[in-house]
Structure formats: C-alpha cells, structure tokens
Ligand binder design. Sequence first.
Ligand SMILES: NC(=O)c1ccc[n+]([C@@H]2O[C@H](COP(=O)([O-])OP(=O)(O)OC[C@H]3O[C@@H](n4cnc5c(N)ncnc54)[C@H](OP(=O)(O)O)[C@@H]3O)[C@@H](O)[C@H]2O)c1
Length: 223
Amino acid sequence: MKIRRPYVVMISEVTVDGKLTLKRGMSSKIIMSVMDEEADIYLHRERARSDAIMVGCNTIKIDNSYLTVRYIEGANPIRVIPCSNADLPLDSNVLKGDAPTIIAVSEAAKEENVEHIRSMGVEVWICGERKVDLVLLLEKLFERGVKRLMLEGGPTLAWEMINKRLIDEVKLIHMPFIVGGWDTPTLFGGEGVGELNKVIHAELERYFLCGKHLITEYRVVYQ
Ligand SMILES: NC(=O)c1ccc[n+]([C@@H]2O[C@H](COP(=O)([O-])OP(=O)(O)OC[C@H]3O[C@@H](n4cnc5c(N)ncnc54)[C@H](OP(=O)(O)O)[C@@H]3O)[C@@H](O)[C@H]2O)c1
C-alpha cells in the first residue's frame, strides 16, 4: 500500500572500502575531519534543502552530532532521532535548542526518560510499541509538512529504512582512503538480502568531483 511520506535522500561519507568510520564504536567525525571544505559545503547544502534530517540514536550516542547547517547560510532542518527507549544522553547536542528537534520513541520507553527530554523543551513522539515504527514516523512527519527528509545514517537505521522501501536516493561522498576491518560498519547493516534476486537496485544519476572527493548520486529502484 502506498503511504504518504516525505521524499527520502540518504547521504553518507564512505571510504574506498565502503566503511563509515575507522572502527566499530568510533565516531565518523574522525574521518570527516579530513574532508575538503567543498564536500562539507555540499553536505550542508543538502541539509539546508531538507525539511528534516534523521539519524539513528546510536550515531547520536557515538558522534554527538549537531545536525545543523553551518558551512552555508540556510535554515536548520528539523532534527529527527528515532530512539525506542528514549535513552539519549541528556547532554547530547541535539537536545540543545539550536534547531527544532523530534525524538521518536516507542511505548516501551520509560516515562522518566520521556519526561526528562520533554523538560528540555524537545518534542517527543510515541511511534510504535517496542521499537520506533518508521512507517508511522514518516507518515507523521509528512503530516507535519516534511516533504524532503535527509537520512544521515547510521547503518542499522539505514538498513531498516531501505528494507522497508523508504529511501528514494542515495548520495555518497567518497573518502579516498581504505580503513579495512571485518567489523567496521559499512553503509547498510542488518541481515542483508542474501539472494541475487533480492538485491536492491540503484541507478547512477550523477557523479562529479568535489575537492578530492568523488560524489555519486543514485536513485533507488525497488522491484
Ligand atoms: N560516515 C557516515 O556518513 C556516518 C553517518 C552516520 C553514522 N555513522 C557511524 O555509524 C555508527 C553508528 O551506526 P549504528 O548502526 O550503530 O547506529 P544508528 O543506525 O545510528 O542507530 C541505530 C539505533 O537506532 C534506533 N532505532 C530506533 N528505531 C529504529 C528502527 N525502527 N530501526 C532501526 N533502528 C532504530 C535503535 O536503537 P533503540 O533500539 O535504542 O531504538 C538502533 O540501535 C557510528 O560509528 C557512526 O560514526 C557514519
């Protein structure tokens, strides 16, 4: 059934070997610190074009991201963080008042955690029983007026999103180095498709250089 949801554009920085960070548990800000300014501007322009920006709560716990527009002039999109247990550290940058923020939690989240977040002036939406229901969350965002949602990872959330056919485009900022590591997170996590006839196709729409970074932009084609 077709759902009324925002157009979803996923954007990530990936190494030559498809990794998102140096090692499991390490912040992607370390690899992003050597990104050319042109690529930062590209990323922040994409943020400014979006009505909202979504990141999984484990990325917030590890990276303590701000998710604001800084490299160009532009309005900050609404920050959306799915966090089933509402257990974000209360000193997280996304809970500071720089941009409107929605923390999506499940009915299983402790009331105390929800109240702490609300007391900081941040909206909490209850979407789903034990885990945040992403379809419901996207429908609610659409009703709120979010037409373009940027997804900035991480791989656990990205897999759930693509597995539910909720991503329309994937844009990659390629970091020209290799980090290796069996356990280092890659662009999409989850259980994977496992069969050739289940792969999720992506059509290359555009590619160009941005400083030392190749940028590739794909349209996701669900079959
Ligand atoms: N290079 C890049 O562009 C980039 C971008 C982002 C992240 N990263 C890196 O990725 C790593 C973190 O990735 P991650 O995979 O561990 O975490 P993640 O995808 O950021 O967050 C996953 C968490 O989101 C919560 N969540 C709530 N509802 C969900 C749902 N329906 N489906 C899936 N998740 C849901 C879950 O926690 P609850 O069960 O508590 O709800 C889940 O554990 C970090 O190292 C970070 O630096 C890199």
